[in-house]
Design a protein around this ligand. Sequence first.
Ligand code: SF4
Length: 344
Amino acid sequence: MGENMNIYDFTQEELESFLIENGYKKFNALQIIDWMYDKKEYDFNKMTNLSKKLISFLNENMIIKTPEVIKVEKSDLANKYLLRLEDNNKIECVLMNHDYGYSLCVSSQVGCNMGCSFCESGRLKKVRDLKLEELVGQVICVSKYENIRIDSIVVMGIGEPFDNFNNIKRFISVVINPKMINIGQRHLTISTCGLVPKIYEFADMETGVNLAISLHAPNNEIRDKIMKINHAYKIEKVMEALDYYISKTNRRVTIEYIMLEGINDSDECAKELANLVKGKLMYVNLIPYNETTHFELKRSNDFKIKSFYDILKSYNVNVTIRKEMGGNLSAACGQLRANVEEGE
Ligand code: SF4
């Protein structure tokens, strides 16, 4: 069978078929899943309701493992975890403690090829996609590390989830499965920089999973400059795809908009953005940019952000300003990993 497979790399259906193929019963899958997800047991020998034969089959053919937490940065609103994967690659995820519970922001790839100009992750080119076991592993290892139940998940960390679409689909099935991670689909959000064909495919899945789009500019001229993806898929095409998603799902789309001084924060930009989204089932999340040492870009000042917000409000657009995560945390996604790899 070659190298042992990680049992966290299976959806329920995949594990059932695998066990049946190897002479075991379908219900054995749910017994094992209960140990993995409910009891977070990492030792097959301690899964006491399994037969001895099944336990030795698992020991011989599978491993049960999640990534390892190697560094944690804490602030009042968020904890950032640096995790080491089996092949020594590193990823990160961020735990936020909101009034409504714990929300975990997970990564979808090691590095990212989308090359957004404001993003630390884009500096670290994509090495590979994350496997299902690593997507799931982020959730299991952080909830085990902190001994908490995670209430919602956003796939908004390092990487472009729709560039790892097949594993994201499998991850969705594990997250919303009541026997597995058991987080309702309305508490799961996938964020894309705008891979238009995948937005259509995602819409056609007709799940209740939320969609967020990193728009960050109200027109092609600005978006071309700060997001390479806009060369492939123009704003009009992105907006059409979002309209399609809304028509299929009747779910509200989140428009993410990082406020960059002198680039996308003028009153004119606010009006253009308002005209793009007004009257649609969309809401705008304004994100004060976290300045990093690697880029020239600056965060818009509070006055500009407030006036941008007021203009959107005057068009009856639903808008919020995202709370900042505290100055002592490494700023943009990917920065913690970059710092460790550069030995800072
Ligand atoms: S913002 Fe997202 S899509 Fe863009 S480079 Fe960073 S991780 Fe990739």
